[in-house]
Design a binder for this molecule. Structure first.
Ligand SMILES: O=P(O)(O)OP(=O)(O)OP(=O)(O)OC[C@H]1O[C@@H](n2cnc3c(O)ncnc32)[C@H](O)[C@@H]1O
Ligand SMILES: [Mg+2]
Length: 173
């Protein structure tokens, strides 16, 4: 069974592979640069969730796969504090759709200022850490959990929620 992953991001692709291995499901993985149809930097749960859904929908429509997964990273404001937020969506050729959200923690004021000024989290994190391609590696979640949870592990948890819902649905119908 082919599973399209709506991204070329290394951390997201690894997350899907690890989650499927843990869940014991065997797919042929196909990364696909699916459009999110939302801003490059989503700034709410709603927009981030929509980005994940749109990626899954595009990845299914524009390929021959039986299953498609979309993962989207964003941020959201809660009472003046900027938080990380992350979402995933799984669509099947049979018309089933599943969504799930992941971990989120507060981001420092320095990052919040950059987001307020219209910048994206990816480059802001590189600037903050003086490293390159944080978004493909540990991610903001890795930096601010002191390496305890990296971006791939965070998305893996989301994908486990997606696959788990899908497996349960298959077993109950
Ligand atoms: O190639 P794609 O799949 O688009 O992967 P991406 O890394 O750009 O990830 P998203 O589009 O899902 O994330 C939206 C923006 O937020 C940034 N971002 C989100 N979560 C991040 C994280 O944990 N660490 C660093 N940047 C992050 C990302 O770089 C984008 O600027
Ligand atoms: Mg992106």
């Amino acid at each position: 069974m082919i599973c399209t992953i709506g991204t070329q991001n290394k951390a997201k692709i690894q997350a899907v592979k690890n989650a499927c291995e843990k869940a014991g499901v065997i797919f042929d993985f196909q990364p696909f640069p699916a459009e999110s149809d939302v801003a490059a930097q989503p700034i709410s749960d709603e927009e981030t969730r929509q980005g994940a859904i749109n990626r899954a929908r595009h990845a299914l429509r524009e390929t021959e796969s039986e299953i498609a997964i979309g993962l989207e990273g964003g941020v959201k404001w809660i009472e003046g504090t900027l938080y990380l937020c992350n979402w995933g969506a799984l669509f099947t050729r049979d018309g089933e759709t599943f969504t799930a959200m992941g971990a989120g923690l507060p981001l420092p004021e320095e990052i919040a200022e950059g987001i307020r000024a219209g910048q994206e989290l990816g480059p802001l994190m590189d600037l903050y850490t003086n490293k390159q391609n944080i978004r493909h590696n540990e991610g903001a979640i890795g930096v601010f959990t002191n390496g305890l949870i990296d971006r791939s592990a965070m998305f893996e948890h989301i994908v486990l929620q997606l696959i788990g819902q899908w497996m349960r649905q298959k077993s109950v119908v």
